[in-house]
Design a protein around this ligand. Sequence first.
Ligand code: BES
Ligand code: ZN
Length: 620
Amino acid sequence: MLKKSVALLFVLTTVMCCKQNDKKTEQLVIDPHSYAEPQHVSVKHLDLILEVEFDKQLINGIATWTIENHTQYDEVVFDTKGLTVHKVILDDAENEEPFFALGDEDEIFGQPLSIQIKPGTRKVSIYYTTSQNAEALQWVTPLQTFGREHPFLYTQSQAILARSWIPCQDSPGIRFTYTARVKVPNQFLALMSAENPQQRNSEGIYQFKQDHPIPSYLMALAVGNLTFKKIDNLCGVYAEPQMIDKAAYEFSDVGKMVKAAESLYGKYLWGRYDLLVLPPSFPFGGMENPVLTFATPTVIAGDRSLVNLIAHELAHSWSGNLVTNASWNDFWLNEGFTVYFERRIIEKLYGKEEANMQEVLGYKDLENGISDFGQTHPDTRLNLDLTDRSPDDAVTDIAYEKGFLFLKNIELAVGREKFDKFLKHYFSKYAFKSVTLEDFENELNNYLIKGNENLKTAINAYGWIYQPGLPKNAKLPHSARFDTIDALSVNFLKDELQAPLNRNIKSTNEKLYFIRSLPDSINIQKLQYIDSVFHFTTSHNSEIQYAWYLLGIKKNYQPVYPYLDTFLNTVGRRKFIEPLYGELLKNKKDKKLAEDFYQRNRPNYHAVSTRTIDKLFNKK
Ligand code: BES
Ligand code: ZN
């Protein structure tokens, strides 16, 4: 799809202006998901002026890009999606408006914006307005917030949605610094992936600065009735007033996490590390926006049992934000590294057994993921080909958990000390750069393997990266505590209802493991018994709710349905709601219910979630 539009664009541009230098220069990484042509002209810096209009649910913006012209080229190309471009100015020359054109619209990739420039042009200012259905923007109604009084706006730019609120070269291989000036209604606070204010001001005008070069998918904005609470000198949390204390309690270890991370892989380079708790419609668990991680409120369990999510987003400050996958085909370079790093932080703070349990739970996800695809499906390879496909297709357990397991297996092959040195080297060598799979393989060969054939065989990078499924000799994670649960489950399922479940199943990890290992054939009395012991149906822990409701739907276990109803009505996190709707749809009895629920809840979900779940309903 994208190719076709690029071809069209080529026709358009040759008509538009005569190229003096038509020779293609050496290609940088070709990103199949961006129209930009950074080999000719790439962006270096952005000065952004935004005005947020809640009434009309749109943003008016002026994006002034400082560009570098590598080939004396006569045009610069940006990605846009649904943007109305009012005018373009070059180098502050108000009276001289250059020719610009929007190309054909692609449903996934949007439209290229081509602007005619001169070889000496340094700055391009684009005046624009976002559309009603800009996918990155979630306009949360007051009733969907905790306070129920004020609306809220947040963005989600990863993977390729930044183009729906900023005209940009929307590729993870292109980095830029930015400043922004954002005007919001005056009772609101605005926050970005940059140095942030901690207090509201009376005019509702906020200035931001991000001095480190970042890729476009890390552009972020949130506007709402937000307050700040300090956790320590480096870290704090922003949330609606109703959530702020709970959030500060839940995240109290974040400073220790930063220290643990620094002790592993080098200094934290982004200044502050703050967290923002979003309304429950946020489609992800967390998003690693630099300086300010965006987090779902479903991570706040009240007992800090889900804070690995914070370790994960923090770890992205190295793997992802500092060293970035150059194209979404190599998404595992972001996520697999991050899951590995996350679990090292968890091990440092909470011990080896805690990390082991999380590894095993992750491995169970991976097993299910691979079996859902089928063992030989090409999308079970780490190296993906997403040409003409949405980068959303990369967001699977393969990138996260197969990526993790590969790195863990390298650690086991070379020893932790060497592997840590390797990672430290990798993060420092590629700091503020984007990496390709080839870069990673070169580092592996030159820094770790160094011609040692035995090691090369033991690591088996080829098998892990390019072959589907899992290599036969993969070393798998193991948890002693889960062994105890396995034994207990066997007795519980075989015998009558006296197994001493609550004596041995205490932590959230153990409960999750227990629920997930229950077979589909379990009978309703057993579910009732489990509920009488653990009260899973009325749990407030989102991971437990999710796992239990999924089983409940499979078994048509009636007590969960009212709670499932509330859950689907409030939570918009795709990882939870997609499988729940999917399971409801599988069950003939629940199909109508699924449709009713979805029809009612759909307007409350973020476009990221509805895009995925719509497909589920259209398939049936
Ligand atoms: N960067 C991802 C979220 C993401 C991925 C957004 C791809 C858009 C496209 C984030 O770091 C993430 O992985 N979040 C997980 C949390 C986790 C694995 C602990 C999530 O949202 O569930
Ligand atoms: Zn992640």
